[in-house]
Design a protein around this ligand. Structure first.
Ligand code: THU
Length: 127
């Protein structure tokens, strides 16, 4: 059973830690992991704009740093609670760690990664 409201709240809480002096968009991501714990991430921008980190990327680091496992469910929110979709790069990052069955909070309801990143490139495509 996935407590989506709790995941959304964790994402909003994580957005409070964002470092976003350039865009002003504070983003938080939260994920339920395969062992039941919740990991979070926030965006970390940079004066060299292109090297800024999305919230999903720092979440990926937190997943690995706090015990690994797989992503089961992910929610992304701005600090004011607005639902945000992961950018294209972050969909690939989430796909790597959650696979096609990982579910995401979207404007179309709860959707699997296979729906938000169809025909994904993945490890099976490597020689
Ligand atoms: N951002 C994220 O953190 N995740 C996304 O999936 C989309 C965009 C951040 C990057 C940047 O710090 C800010 O939102 C504006 O693009």
């Amino acid at each position: 059973m996935i407590d989506w409201q709790s995941l959304r709240d964790h994402a909003i809480g994580a957005a409070a830690a964002a470092y976003a002096p350039y865009s002003g968009l504070h983003v938080g991501a939260a994920a339920l992991c395969s062992d039941g714990r919740v990991v979070t991430g926030c965006n970390v921008e940079n004066a060299a704009y292109g090297v800024g980190l999305c919230a999903e990327c720092t979440l990926a680091g937190q997943l690995r740093l706090s015990g690994g496992g797989r992503l089961v469910a992910v929610a992304v929110r701005s600090g004011d609670g607005t639902l945000l979709m992961p950018c294209g790069r972050c969909r690939q990052v989430l796909y790597e760690l959650g696979g096609p069955e990982c579910v995401l909070d979207t404007p179309r309801g709860i959707q699997p990664m296979s729906s938000v990143l169809p025909d994904a490139f993945g490890s099976a495509d490597l020689p």
